[in-house]
Design a protein around this ligand. Structure first.
Ligand code: AMP
Ligand code: ZN
Length: 114
């Protein structure tokens, strides 16, 4: 837990969100500034700064995050067509330095991403 971290505050409930899914390890909620008709985030409750900070001890947690994403995508009607994004570092577009998966769907996606 990092007191200055927005997603830690969301993970502890200090800043409330409507959860799409929650358990002791992960939390999923809609992105406040959606970039697609469906855009939600999956975060670990543990404070991990970003993808590059994932440790060997987190490997099971990351699998759970991806499986949670797939389950929610199915529930949201995009289960067979969605993109998973994890930005690492400001130049890659990371603005919140607590690991999160973006799940985007409901529209056609371009490649490469900008
Ligand atoms: P990134 O730019 O990859 O670090 O993604 C951070 C994401 O968090 C952005 O898409 C923001 O729109 C989203 N975000 C920031 N604050 C909130 C919030 N309070 N609730 C939901 N999503 C948020
Ligand atoms: Zn955090």
């Amino acid at each position: 837990m990092d007191d200055s971290c927005l997603f830690c505050k969301i993970a502890t409930g200090a800043i409330p969100v409507a959860p799409l899914y929650e358990d002791e390890d992960v939390l999923a909620f809609s992105d406040i500034a959606p970039q697609a008709p469906v855009h939600f985030l999956v975060i670990p409750k543990k404070h991990i700064i970003g993808p590059a900070a994932i440790g060997q001890e987190d490997e099971q947690l990351l699998g759970k995050m991806l499986r949670t994403a797939a389950t929610i995508a199915q529930e949201q009607g995009i289960g067979d067509q969605y993109r998973v994004v994890a930005n690492n570092g400001a130049k890659a577009g990371q603005t919140v330095f607590h690991l999160h998966l973006h799940i985007l769907g409901g529209r056609a996606m371009q490649w490469p991403p900008g």
